[in-house]
Design a protein around this ligand. Structure first.
Ligand SMILES: Nc1ncnc2c1ncn2[C@@H]1O[C@H](COP(=O)(O)OP(=O)(O)OP(=O)(O)O)[C@@H](O)[C@H]1O
Length: 300
């Protein structure tokens, strides 16, 4: 639903987004990761037509943002979640937004209910807690019932209950078949929420892969196997591109592969397994390795 084609954005001498090409799929939460200054916000702004690309294109449902006839019904975003008029209530804010975009008024009540704000709907936006204003921003993003939703750091500053709530919401939006694109600095959170990850560094694409593959790419991830035919399986895995160590006659430890692949390969070759276990790195560890060359300022 979102496709980026050779997307670039230059600010003076600085290439903030550098030739990004990728496709975001519906029905999944895609996490958008990268060190500070990597170009995540700029990419999201380009998708939403808030900035013009220097080269390439960002398309939603095959069109650039400014050619979408009913934008709020196509894509919802929380990039400006706190840009609310402080004297207006959440209800008034959503009502104005619905009226201005030809969205039925019943949606106001529906989205307030969905984000758990029905009680606080008449409070002035200026008097809302950070958690509540995040929820209101999400309500606004969902107002047009859009198939694509984008959230920039949605759990920033939220307490653990708020973080859990956002995680459940992202999952349910994806289960409804929407394209969910969310940037975050919280790796442990992304590990629990995302199906797929896009990692950028200095504007460039570093990884675009399902979460398990990103984790498996870490040198700390490995598949641990015990089999009476370990040598035979080791040869097959090595031929398939994995790096294999043999700590014992019946043992092997493979990196650069997944437990699923090892299991499938063993099954196809009729090799019996007595143990098959993924030793998983954390997303944090995989991310550190992926981006170690892209961090702008490193403390020593
Ligand atoms: N309007 C602008 N004018 C000039 N430079 C900009 C502008 N917006 C962003 N940049 C620069 O582009 C680069 C990418 O910034 P961007 O905010 O997109 O990164 P980010 O990945 O969202 O970072 P963070 O995680 O810190 O929010 C940075 O070097 C930033 O200084």
């Amino acid at each position: 639903m979102i496709s980026l084609r050779n997307l670039s954005k230059r600010y003076g001498p600085r290439l903030a987004v550098d030739d990004l090409t990728l496709e975001l799929k519906p029905g999944a939460v895609t996490g958008f990761l990268g060190p500070n200054g990597a170009g995540k916000s700029t990419t999201m702004r380009l998708i939403l037509g808030l900035d013009r690309p220097t080269a390439g294109r960002a398309l939603i449902g095959g069109r650039p943002y400014h050619r979408i006839p009913a934008p709020l019904r196509t894509v919802g975003a929380t990039l400006d979640a706190r840009a609310l008029h402080p004297a207006r209530s959440g209800h008034a804010h959503l009502t104005a937004l619905a009226r201005g975009n030809g969205i039925p008024m019943r949606r106001v009540g529906e989205v307030l209910e969905r984000v758990g704000m029905a009680q606080a709907a008449r409070k002035r936006a200026g008097g809302l807690s950070l958690g509540m204003s995040q929820r209101l921003g999400i309500a606004a993003a969902l107002l047009g019932d859009p198939p694509v939703v984008m959230f920039d750091e949605p759990v920033n500053g939220l307490d653990p209950d708020g973080v859990r709530w956002v995680r459940k919401l992202m999952r349910s939006l994806a289960e409804e078949g929407r394209t969910v694109f969310v940037s975050s600095h919280l790796m442990s959170e992304m590990q629990q929420t995302a199906d797929h990850l896009v990692v950028i560094g200095r504007g460039r694409l570093i990884a675009d892969a399902p979460l398990p593959e990103v984790i498996a790419s870490s040198s700390l991830s490995a598949v641990v196997v015990r089999s009476p035919h370990a040598a035979e399986l080791a040869a097959l895995l090595a031929a398939a591109g994995a790096v294999v160590e043999r700590p014992g006659e019946h043992d092997l430890v493979a990196t650069g592969t997944t437990a699923e692949r090892v299991g499938d390969l063993a099954h196809e070759a009729g090799i019996r397994l007595h143990e098959l276990r993924a030793r998983e790195a954390s997303l944090e560890q995989a991310y550190q390795e992926l981006t170690s060359g892209s961090v702008e300022y490193r403390s020593v």
